[in-house]
Design a protein around this ligand. Structure first.
Ligand SMILES: C[S@@+](CC[C@H](N)C(=O)[O-])C[C@H]1O[C@@H](n2cnc3c(N)ncnc32)[C@H](O)[C@@H]1O
Length: 460
């Protein structure tokens, strides 16, 4: 199958695709390409939870650690990139074709197949859009994301091919152009999100994404890019910080999205520390409540939230931070009062070395009363249908086996139902998604860390 979007002629309530002569219904969904952060499963879980919470109609057409292709009815919110913690780039597909053509063109070096790819690009209207947005001299980039093993080593070749094709087309428009990010200067045939941001390639519609899937491939224009400086600002410029215990704002935002939190919902973080989760939820326009046993944390979280409100001009922001013990949370918060609980309790001591299995087990057992006591209270403060997103420790051990906390049983005993990060209705029919459907929780673990995070999603 090959579809090129770009030259559509409207005939009645259908669009006639002049290249393939296919009739496509008017209420056609568009395909978006998503490039994720390091932890692609977590990023995809966040993205799908975000879309579901907004009742968006979507289907995952393809997923891999390199990129996701998702067909979506209607458009994405203008703020989608700021709303997501785990997505680096979003592209709008302009052409879709079989990966067999890409293999022909670059593995077998078929001139015919190369010509076909040039045609897809020409018909996509992408170069016309670059010309329209451009001033005098054009600056553009090409990034190749390849999920097909056989082609991966040729990503640089594909990048150069597309770069010269775009350059030649631009010359046809009388535009001089500079192609940025040649593979020979770098490890991957891709522009980083910071490069795209700094060179304003979204505004100038001048980054071409070439996403090669196992069966299908896409050519897309980057329409949004992650701004790491905003997240960094919230991490290191807030007035109160706690380097070891605090969570990175990007992860906090991902967890807020996993809880299906949307504007005006009430979100509680009962182990709020310096308020990282609360900050991200407040930016998502939720009403937030924090609780911490430590008086210094309560003051720190309050001041950080006040700083956030000033910094981001959040008029009407609704927040409060209370001092107290989670074991008596209902007394402080009330019963059936919150829509979402997103939280990371203590994860044990900072470890100097990778522990033995028995020592890791001891750490877990010592933490269990805090977690198990919290679970019961959490069920009482949540409204029916409300979600809990909870981090438990994931401890690396010397044998390579991780030691985790058996929290599922306790959550179910308290009346919670587990929500798997992925469900069948998210995928197009026939897509092999067992690897994702079988995931019961999500793990976030940096290679250099000894204790990672296991993230659970439950519903009352
Ligand atoms: C891992 S930290 C949370 C970090 C937080 N996400 C942040 O970004 O700052 C856990 C927090 O739980 C608080 N805590 C520990 N035991 C508690 C309890 N029984 N009730 C309430 N808070 C408690 C600690 O004071 C600490 O601030």
């Amino acid at each position: 199958m090959s579809i090129v979007w770009g030259y559509f002629t409207k005939v009645g309530s259908f669009y006639l695709n002049t290249l393939t002569k296919l009739y496509i219904p008017e209420k056609m969904s568009t395909t978006k390409l998503f490039i994720s952060g390091k932890n692609w499963q977590l990023s995809l879980a966040e993205l799908t939870a975000y879309l579901k919470a907004r009742e968006a109609k979507f289907k995952i057409q393809f997923f891999s650690k390199e990129f996701f292709a998702i067909s979506l009815e209607g458009s994405l919110a203008a703020t989608v990139m700021e709303d997501l913690g785990g997505t680096i780039k979003i592209g709008e597909a302009k052409a879709q074709f079989s990966t067999a053509i890409v293999k022909e063109a670059f593995l077998k070096r078929s001139k015919e197949a190369q010509k076909e790819i040039k045609q897809f690009l020409a018909s996509s209207g992408m170069v016309d859009a670059i010309v329209e947005a451009a001033s005098d001299r054009v600056f553009f980039g090409v990034s190749v994301y390849c999920a097909e093993k056989q082609l991966r080593a040729l990503s640089g070749v594909v990048q150069r091919f597309l770069g010269s094709t775009v350059k030649a087309e631009l010359a046809g428009f009388g535009k001089k152009a500079r192609f940025m990010g040649f593979a020979k200067d770098r490890r991957v045939a891709q522009l980083s999100h910071v490069e795209v941001l700094k060179k304003n390639l979204v505004e100038s519609k001048a980054e071409v994404l070439f996403c090669i899937g196992k069966e299908e491939s896409w050519i897309a224009t980057t329409v949004a890019v992650h701004n790491p400086f905003e997240f960094q600002k919230r991490d290191i410029y807030k007035p109160y910080q706690r380097k070891i215990f605090a969570m990175p704002p990007r992860l906090a935002r991902i967890m807020v999205n996993l809880s299906s939190c949307t504007a005006d919902k009430v979100l509680l973080d009962p182990f709020c520390g310096v308020g990282t989760v609360l900050q991200e939820a407040l930016l998502a326009k939720a009403k937030v409540v924090g609780l911490d046993i430590n008086g210094w944390c309560v003051k720190a979280a309050e001041e950080n939230l006040e700083w956030l409100v000033r910094e981001y001009g959040l008029d009407g922001a609704d927040f409060r931070v209370l001092q107290g013990d989670v074991a008596k949370m209902v007394g402080k918060i009330g019963q059936d009062m919150v829509d979402c609980i997103v939280t990371e309790p203590d994860l044990g001591p900072a470890l100097r070395q990778v522990p033995t299995g028995p020592y890791a087990q001891k750490i877990i057992e010592k933490l269990e009363p805090l977690f198990f006591g919290f679970v019961k209270e959490a069920h009482r403060v949540l409204r029916v249908g409300g979600r809990l997103v909870l981090v438990t420790p994931y401890i690396r051990t010397r044998t390579g086996q991780a030691v985790t906390m058996p929290i599922g049983e306790k959550l179910e005993e308290a009346g919670f139902v587990r929500i798997n990060p992925f469900s069948e209705d998210m995928f197009v029919e026939g897509l092999q998604a067992q690897s994702l459907l079988g995931l019961l929780s999500l793990v976030e673990m940096d290679e250099k860390h000894k204790v990672g995070r296991e993230i659970h999603i439950y519903q009352k």
